[in-house]
Design a protein around this ligand. Sequence first.
Ligand SMILES: [Zn+2]
Length: 765
Amino acid sequence: MKFFKYFFGTMLFVCASAFAQDDIKSERKPGHTNQNKFKQLYDEFATPNMFRTGSGAPGPAYYQQQADYKMDIEIDDVSAKLYGKETITYTNNSPDELTYLWVQLDQNMRAKDSKTPLINSSGIGPATSASRATSTYLKERFDGGFNIEYVKDVNDKDLPHTINRTMMRVELPKPMKTGDQFSFKIKWWYNINDHVKDGGRSGYEYFEENDNRIYVMAQFYPRMAVYNDVEGWQNSQFWGRDEFALPFGDFDVNITVPADHILDGTGYLTNREEVFTKDMMNRYNKAKKSFDKPVMIVTEDEARKTEKTKSNKKKTWKLSAQMVRDFGFATSRKFIWDMMAVKIGDKDVMAVSLYSKEGNPLWEQWSTRTVASTLKSYSRMTFDYPYHKAISVHAPMGMEYPMICYNFGRPDENGNYSDRTKYGMISVIIHEVGHNFFPMIVNSDERQWTWMDEGLNTFVQYVAEQDFGEWNPTALSPGHDKYPSRRGPAKNIVRYMGGDQDFIAPIMTKGLNTYQFGSNAYSKPATGLNILRETIMGRDLFDYSFREYARRWMFKHPTPEDFFRTMEDASAVDLDWFWRGWFYTTDYTDIGIKEVKKFAVTNNPNENGRKLAERYNIDPNALVYFIGEGDEGYEDALKNGKSIEDLPTVKEYIMDNFTPEQQKNMKKSPKYFYQVTFDKPGGLVMPLIVQYEYADGSKEKITYPAQIWRLNDKEVSRALATDKEIVAITVDPDLETADIDTSNNSWPRETKESDFDKFKNKIKD
Ligand SMILES: [Zn+2]
């Protein structure tokens, strides 16, 4: 008999779920297939090996190539041409024999015969502006391609080479074996583009007043392609969108510009005494000790004076950088220059800004401070910033290089600016300085995986923006108590994810081939990481794992699997379902409440109860029955009391089945029984976050892990036994999961006026 009694105890709850399962099965249509959203990602992932381990870390045979550069560069400010000579020393650390090298000629994207303009469909609209008509139909295309004068070995012997658009294959005189080094020389020149008119990530902006230019230079030299264990040579053409894949190396670069220019770029300035005035040197030494505010190295007054005249003398600035994947520099006679020191770990780093008077008053106020704040936030989230400086340059666009980046944000001619301009500038500086970490140091392949730099970076940008707002309250506009971040919070991605599926591509698609590039490669991955951090993993587990990824791949070349695997390896959170849904599909979150059913407890069975007792061959009088509101016998059950509150509790019904000793352990005495059915019209799997509100006004939030959907991707039920009446239920009450339709998220259903109804009612009024 004892066994029999125990059996009842468990039966009670088995019954409810047995019925629910039966209902669901009968609703299944023939051909229904389980989509296996919890299947491990073995098919999609590359197999771990000696180069990259199953834990997501570099393996014992991990290698990377090295490319060292010695360059002499000169800018002719009159003709806006760049002339260059370089010696590249390439080291083959791979176990493979190489018979040729691939060199990237990115400027050829702007060559006269570039195919980039030919890959977009075009049409003729009913009208267009005169300037657009001119640039589209009347103007000859700007020729900004590289003119390669020679490719030679160090003995001045010509090397056979083939240029295929933006890639140049250089044939080696003899194959390079593991550990071999090969040096070769290239001489080139090109016409620098006006990137305000013609676009581009580098180039010059022309200022008619005083006939001056600000040059922000990048991709200005033939650069080695990456050779590694996953791609062989990464020689996918540069069409203009997908950014760059570059090996690390050391750079010694001499840059000759007009003598009245101010110049800064990647690396240590090794001839500071030669190019600085005495005043600049004194101010620089002061700046190195100024941790609370920037010190002017070149003031606005000085820059205003300089830009009025032109020197016909030249000056050479010498920069030297170690372990960088690229090189950028900015030069102009218009530059104002300020710097401040920032403590990172036990090191002092210089936060630097270069801008013209057009950027003020915004730039002198916030640029360098934003750089300093960004270095602190990112170092906290990843590793201590390893370089000695980070420069923010005033430009028409945002773009990043090691230690230097170009950022927009300009007040009007009277120095006035909107909130949008101010926050836009601070955000782009945080973003581009942040790129020092991803992909300049955690050196992912941007040509292939835009999200690995933009997505990860945009995620940390969000964290850094919130830090910035907290640390610089005076930067916030009246009425803002925190920084108004655009990308990061889950609710901000809803419009994109709920949009037309024909114009959405999975994150794991090459950037060139996606619609809505910004949402695809920046916002969605950043939001996904934010959901992992705030909702799925929690900050401690996420931050530890994210730092581990950054630390493991600092100064190395990670792949997507290395990231996915490390996040799981360091946290013990199985995330394959999340990577699959968020990164490999275009599914969206939509979870709702389908039905809430109240149950009365009775010892008086209805038809279903009798059937169940029969099926399990149990004495019907020995069972306790749950009868749902609206079902046969519900009203009869209620008659046992005046209302549901007065019903004997389940405890009272079954107590005599247990010994007094066993009864002592039964602390709960629930009165209310509910079966809540949640449905999931959206394809994405997400934790089921539910807030229950009780009659006494108290609220309880329960998060059912995403795995609740593992056996049924469409709907799940939960049985609730409570001693308080539930008056309201809300799914995802804090909008954490990017649920695209919240109209089904509440019970009782909120009757919200739709936009159409509002419109109709307005007409009636
Ligand atoms: Zn970016």
